[in-house]
Design a protein around this ligand. Structure first.
Ligand SMILES: Cc1ncc(C[n+]2csc(CCOP(=O)(O)OP(=O)(O)O)c2C)c(N)n1
Ligand SMILES: [Mg+2]
Length: 329
């Protein structure tokens, strides 16, 4: 196992990371507003605090590479490039959504963007990712599958089986553990014996990398290396990306189980503003970043309105897109 180094990133990629992280941030704020004002009635798992991680990760893969993620995966989906309007409409349960409003926030799928599966079952994404990666290996299509999951998932049987099988079969898969130090309402030390999750890679002979997921440079470099290894037939990588979630498990969680000082320190190090300051100090003009902020603001407002204006699916839709193409009711 190794700790990833920061690498040089081309300017256009630096700006793309900023653009995608800003999209996540602004979309998250708008979702919160719509939920608290009653415009949307959904359970919401905010990715606030984990924006840079996803943006730096997804800029290391191609549009047609595969992503599998979780109920908290809105940051991953947006960073992967899912059309914002379609994502919003699906969250709102509208017929224009990625799954015609029949999946809802927990089941976002959009193969055209490589977003293959989103699951609410902790740890369930890893074996599915192996399946996608096996298909790529058999077909020789050169695609890589990235699967994102939380630290809590590393205690689930499916995690261990998938890690083992991926290494034995040298599958083109990158396991990305977004370690935000808490599972649901439980501090890691109460659920996990291992002090460092990265150590779990050792047991399966998998290349393990531990990285500060909130550092765009380190995160991107680790992802580039893992993806290159997978594409070249070098097999899987386990990336433990350290991060923090600012709003607890789901919207409305008062995070009482998180020490006040720990939360305050994490918020003081808010990764997106820190990245913005870093870009400016590296010579990126402030107006360039402000123009991105404005463009994203418009895009998010448009997507939210699109979702509100869209119709709900017809009740007859319940019989379609199931295993049997039509069910007699
Ligand atoms: C198999 C399974 N067990 C329990 C749950 C209930 N549950 C939902 S989220 C969660 C915690 C997951 O924590 P982590 O993997 O760290 O992800 P995070 O929410 O922190 O991103 C649990 C236990 C579930 N959805 N699936
Ligand atoms: Mg967690």
């Amino acid at each position: 196992m190794t700790t990833a180094n920061s690498g040089a990133i081309p300017r256009e990629v630096l700006l793309e990371i900023y653009r995608r992280a800003t999209l996540i941030r602004v979309a998250d704020e708008k979702f919160q507003k719509m939920i608290s004002s009653g415009q949307l009635q959904i359970l919401y798992y905010s990715p606030r605090g984990q924006e840079i991680l996803s943006a730096a990760l997804m800029t290391a893969i191609n549009k047609n590479d595969y992503l599998v993620t979780t109920y908290r995966g809105i940051h991953d989906q947006l960073a992967k490039g899912i059309p914002v309007r379609l994502l919003w409409a699906e969250f709102a349960g509208k017929a224009t959504g990625t799954c015609k409003g029949k999946g809802g926030p927990m089941h976002i799928t959009h193969p055209e963007s490589g977003v293959m599966v989103t699951t609410g079952i902790v740890g369930a994404g890893l074996p599915i990712a192996n399946g996608l990666a096996l298909a790529s290996q058999l077909e020789g299509d050169g695609k890589v599958t990235v699967v994102c999951f939380g630290d809590g998932s590393t205690n689930i049987g499916a995690f261990h089986e998938a890690m083992n099988l991926a290494q034995i079969w040298m599958l083109p898969v990158v396991f990305v553990c977004q370690n935000n130090l808490y599972g649901e309402h439980t501090p890691q030390a109460m659920s996990t014996g291992a002090k460092e999750l990265i150590d779990r890679a050792l047991g399966y002979g998998i290349k393990g990398v531990q990285v500060n997921g909130n550092d765009a440079f380190a995160m991107h470099a680790a992802a580039i290396e893992a993806v290159a290894r997978a594409r070249a037939g070098g097999g899987p990588t386990f990336i433990e990306a350290k991060t923090f979630r600012f709003l607890g498990h789901l919207l409305g969680d008062d995070s009482h189980y998180i020490p006040t000082q720990e939360m305050a320190a994490a918020k003081a190090a808010d990764p997106l503003p820190a990245y913005r300051r870093d870009l400016v100090s590296r010579g990126v003009d402030e107006p360039v970043l402000s123009a991105i902020d404005a463009e994203i603001g418009t895009q998010v407002e448009d997507a939210a309105q699109y979702a509100l204006d869209s119709p709900y699916p017809d009740s007859r839709e319940i019989r379609f897109d199931v295993l049997k193409s039509e069910i007699a009711l």
